[in-house]
Design a protein around this ligand. Sequence first.
Ligand code: 13P
Length: 251
Amino acid sequence: MEERTPLIAGNWKMYKTGNEAVETAEKLLELVSDVETTDIMIAPTFTSLALVSKVIGNSNIALGAQNIYWEKEGAFTGEISGPMLVSAGCQYVIIGHSERRQYFGETNNTVNKKIFAATKSGLIPIVCVGETAAERNEEKTFSVLDKQIEKGLEGLTLDEHQSIVLAYEPVWAIGTGKTATPDQVQEVHFYLRDLIEKRFGNMLAKTIRILYGGSVKPDNVSELMALPDIDGALVGGASLQPDSFSKIINF
Ligand code: 13P
C-alpha cells in the first residue's frame, strides 16, 4: 500500500435500537482506544447517530450515516440531509450500497447527486460499487463497474475526489459468507484504481482509498489487507459485535 491510511468501516445496516447501539459503541471504544494507525468508522441507523456520537465524542472512532438525501431541507418526508447528518456528528456517509440499489431504487444518477450533496456538506462519501452474481457469470463485472464509476462520479472535480472513498462490494459476497478470493479482489481494486487514474489523474489514483466489503471476518481480513490495492474494509455482520469488529480493526 502507498501512504494510504487504512479505513475499517462498520455498516450496522438496520440492526440495533438506540440502547443497543450505545452499548456496542461503548464496548468497541474500550477495545480499540489504542489504535492509531487505522481509521475506524461505524454507521448506525439514523435514530442512533446522535446517541452514538455522544459515546464516541472525539475518540479515534468516527461516525457515519448509511444514506443521505441531496436537498438541504424541504418537504421531503422521510429524508435526511447532509447538514442534518453533520449536526448529528457524522463525518462519513455510505452512498449507493447495493441494498439501496436493489430494494430502494437507488441508481447511478441518484448516487451522483448524493455524492455532490455529501461533499458539499463536508461529509466523506463512501461510494459502493459492485456486480451481482449474474453479472459476474456473464463476464460483465468490468462494464458494470465502468458505468457505476462513470455515472456515479460524473461532473466531480479533483478536489472533491480527494475526500472520497470507494468500496468494492460484490453483491454475491454480501452476507453470504462467500468472500471473493484475494485474486478476484485485487484484480477489481487494481482495475478501479486504474479507472480513477484515467479519469482523474495519477495523484488521486494514488491517494484514494478503496475498501473491500462482503463477508469480511476476523479470519480473512489479514489476507485481504495484505493485497496491494486494498485499503480497508466495509464490514456488515462482523461489525455488529465489538469483539469481532475489534479483531478486524486490529488486522
Ligand atoms: P457483510 O459483511 O455482512 O457481508 O456485509 C457487507 C456489507 O454490505 C457492508 O456494507
